[in-house]
Design a protein around this ligand. Structure first.
Ligand SMILES: C[S@@+](CC[C@H](N)C(=O)[O-])C[C@H]1O[C@@H](n2cnc3c(N)ncnc32)[C@H](O)[C@@H]1O
Length: 209
């Protein structure tokens, strides 16, 4: 228990360090999508699996009028996020909740963002989490996802790492797995792109309800 708390305490620093240095800049893609969508200004936004809220803070800078909530399971990461947010004058609400049971009303949000969250779940939970996102989005609401993709080089090694770190279900998001999951929940895919960063091969998907 104590070991886990210490681990997650340091994970906060680690996440912030890595997020700021990711090759191919998946977080910049998220911001670019948001900047393109002029209808998004005074809207309600959720980042699910937000960790320390790195992406949420970037979204807040782009959408200063938006009401932004950052949900995560880890109290340590949320605590880290709250400390950073208060230093930069952010008004993001950090909420401890399970992405599989989101504390928001049906059809209450315009935008949900998920950055490197879905691969962390088992296949059954991932499907539940996407169902929850669908439930809380308004009709026509937008989902922006950045998550892992198939590695171009050292593919088998990458899959082995995924198996060890996140279990057998994680590979289901790779390649078209992510898009297939979203479409099976009724999302319409507006764009899919990818960054083939050497360290972290990833894909970015924009989907609408
Ligand atoms: C790889 S981190 C990404 C964090 C953040 N989105 C970012 O880009 O820095 C995955 C996050 O998902 C969170 N997480 C895992 N399972 C969860 C669940 N069932 N509900 C909510 N958050 C969860 C972890 O605590 C962790 O913060």
């Amino acid at each position: 228990m104590l070991r886990n708390r210490v681990k997650f305490y340091f994970a906060g620093w680690f996440l912030e360090f890595v997020d700021a240095r990711l090759a191919d800049r998946p977080y910049e893609w998220l911001l670019h999508q948001i900047a393109e969508l002029t209808e998004l200004q005074e809207v309600a936004v959720l980042e699910v699996g937000a960790g320390t809220g790195f992406a949420s803070r970037a979204i807040e800078r782009k959408l200063p009028e938006a009401l932004i909530a950052a949900v995560d399971l880890s109290p340590e990461l949320l605590g880290h996020g709250r400390r950073v947010a208060s230093q930069v004058g952010s008004t993001i609400r950090f909420i401890r909740a399970d992405g599989c049971s989101l504390p928001f009303a049906d059809g209450s949000l315009e935008l949900v963002v998920s950055a490197f969250f879905l691969h962390e779940l088992s296949s059954a939970k991932r499907s539940t989490a996407v169902g929850e996102i669908r439930r809380i989005l308004k009709p026509g609401g937008l989902l922006l996802v950045a998550d892992l993709d198939e590695a171009v080089r050292l593919r088998r090694l990458f899959r082995f790492y995924l198996l060890l770190s996140h279990g057998a279900g994680a590979k289901a998001v790779l390649g078209h797995g992510l898009v297939d999951l979203l479409t099976s929940h009724g999302f319409e895919i507006e764009s899919r792109g990818g960054g083939r960063g050497k360290l972290l091969p990833h894909q970015v998907v924009r989907a609408r309800m």
